[in-house]
Design a protein around this ligand. Structure first.
Ligand SMILES: [Fe+2]
Ligand SMILES: [Fe+2]
Length: 244
């Protein structure tokens, strides 16, 4: 971490109450599903893991525009501040290196030289993730849904990446640059906490938004699980092809 930069500030604790516990329970249920997912209980092949890395690169190319769109759709000051702070970390403006830089190093350490626009054949998993992200932006999510979706995105990434990290180490050994995964395993815990505090404030001001926040968590959680489903299916197809 760059010592001269200010780390992302976690707002002082606000007492929890029932609405946030509903969100916590919804996210915990998705964490459980991630940890028990078949793709996390087997060792995925190198090719499938490489595609995951490439899909992350595709995600990173879109992520800042997506976050900016989401922030600009929100009016709640705490939520806007949390999303903005999140973006600052992504660019390396508040701590560490830009995530796009770390992701590129991650992908290259796996022997892939990604094009900027995926002008050639687009890997299946990157295409899948791109469709999810595009559907989010075009769906015109409202403030509560955005809040829930980003909560899910930030809080599900640390357990997901921690599981996948072990697979990358097993398959690629010391040659893989894991800083991208590590930055998210630790950094997204903080992002998740910032988002959670903003959610408490949002729901304190407008309890009627709880239904939208839950819907957003559900969208984000299902999108994450669908990536694992796709990885599992790709791995299975490759295994069948090898056996044939
Ligand atoms: Fe990131
Ligand atoms: Fe994050």
């Amino acid at each position: 971490m760059n010592e001269t930069k200010q780390p992302l500030e976690v707002p002082s604790a606000i007492p929890s109450h029932l609405p946030i516990q509903t969100i916590d329970a919804a996210i915990a249920a998705f964490v459980d599903q991630i940890e028990r997912h078949p793709a996390m209980r087997r060792l995925l092949g190198k090719e499938t893991l490489q595609e995951f890395a490439l899909a992350q690169h595709a995600d990173n190319v879109r992520w800042m525009a997506l976050m900016a769109t989401m922030r600009d759709r929100c009016t709640n000051p705490a939520l806007r501040k949390a999303l903005h702070a999140n973006m600052m970390t992504e660019t390396g403006g508040s701590e560490g290196e830009a995530h796009q830089t770390l992701c590129l190093a991650f992908v290259k350490s796996l022997g892939i030289e990604p094009g900027l626009g995926f002008s050639g054949e687009v890997p299946q998993l990157a295409r899948h993730w791109g469709l999810i992200v595009d559907s989010m932006t075009s769906a015109g999510m409202n403030e509560g849904e955005i809040c829930g979706w980003v909560n899910a995105a930030e809080q599900l990434v640390p357990p997901l990446f921690a599981k996948l990290r072990k697979q990358f180490v097993q398959q690629f050994g010391d040659s893989v640059d894991l800083r991208y995964l590590d930055a998210h395993i630790t950094g997204d815990v903080r992002h998740g906490e910032v988002m959670r505090q903003a959610t408490i404030e949002l729901l304190a001001n407008d309890p009627d938004k709880l239904r939208d926040v839950v819907a957003g968590v559900d969208l984000g959680g299902r999108a994450t699980l669908s990536v694992l489903d796709a990885m599992n299916a790709l791995h299975g197809l490759r295994m069948q092809a090898v056996a044939a």
